[in-house]
Ligand binder design. Sequence first.
Ligand SMILES: [Zn+2]
Length: 506
Amino acid sequence: MLLLSLFFAVIFAIAVKGCVSSGDSGAAASDHDPRVFNLELKSDRRPPVLNERFIETYLQTFGYLRNESGHDTSEVENSKEKLVNALKSFQQFMGIPGTGEVDAQTSGLMMRKRCGNADIHPSSETLGLWKKNVLTWNITHFPKTVKESDLREQLHQAFAAWEIVISMDFVEVDRADKSDIVISFEDSENDWQRDPTHLTIARASGPISSRVWISADEHWGTNNELEQTGTDLFNVLVHEIGHVLGMRHSPDSGSMMHPLFERTMNQQRPIVTSDDVERLRNLYNVGSQDVEKQPENDATSLNETTSNNNCPKIIQSATNAPDGRWLVFKEDKVWQTLNHTVMTPPIEIFQVLPSAPTYVNASATVGDLMVLISDRQIFGYRQTKRNGQFEPAEGYPKELHSRVLFYPEAAFPLANGSIILLSDNVFATYDLENNAPTFLNDKNVYFPNLPENLISGIPQDAGSDNVYWMFTDTDIYEYDARIQQILNSESYTTFFTCDFVKTFNN
Ligand SMILES: [Zn+2]
């Protein structure tokens, strides 16, 4: 078959050019190199050698190639054709031209670190589903390079990413044998038998008894913003929890469920797309009765609004919920964001916060109490431990104390439990517990260099008042309260990752 010989000529040409990846390209070029047909990488993880055997192994490992290729001479042609078809199906899944040849684009995608779960499943394979709403989890082995507290924080946020979209709660328990989901970080060698390509850095099984396996020797990044070199642990966690819930891989490279974890520098970080949400809800047959956790209530009405409104560009207030998500308000709508990622299209505030006002002038969160101020009314909310939903806090709503003469236009919390309310150049330190101001003074004396037209502030570390995210209507600032200086600023259009425009317009 001429096509096949061309195909391998291309492979080796690519290997010679070093497009494959750094490191091994020179060695891979030689047909005489003993490693060319040897996938047993014994020591550290090195870029795999792109040859016929690797491609076949890759396609088999990730579900594109079902049958073992025949060694019988009469079956050779047949198996080559199968290989080309499998390659085309890989290219189709990855959204690149289905040439059936290993071109540069194809090889580039095939060399990326990825999830070990298959991309293609036999149609007969049925998915398991959880029959309960509360799932317990336990970590049995911790990674070497990530602090336990950082890992827990990332895990909580990753679970929350799914809790926002489906009525499922995740609770940590202290015994693995009693938990629904067992998470362990292990040496990647433990997985090489299952994945001879050595590209897998995480995998997970679905319901009913889930195991999440994550490579312990991967260089994990836990700070999405700053970490350029590490693989983003948060994305991997959200992805694997998607499998735990029964989800499969998505061909959409913007989706959290896309199998490739390694991304190019300018590639957008993945999010839980509205298509992911829909697929998950279809799995669990979640209908419109699930109003409070139903962000996309009506796709038609969202289409009718201008697409600009789907992502935050201009906002009126923002605060952080106790579980780490941010609520970003504009008029009667709210976005929920997590780790700079907009998780849902905007929905009406009351759908997230029962009995909420129809607009928010200022908001702030102190400990587990979140307050929204609408004119002179203060609405308080707490999140239930059970499922993270919001419920009105006892004793709220309250009237703002009469000694505060202004209508608050901005608010941010202090570490001592009070909040700062502002309007123009005045501020009040407000004690929520006693519902009274404790101090009133000039903003520019006590908080110089705050952004003009401040509307909200969220501490970068919960409970601290050192460094804040400070919000205006169009931009977010990093403000160091210790030196009373702005460190950075960015517009919401670049600060937040948001793909709802794309999703709802296609
Ligand atoms: Zn996966």
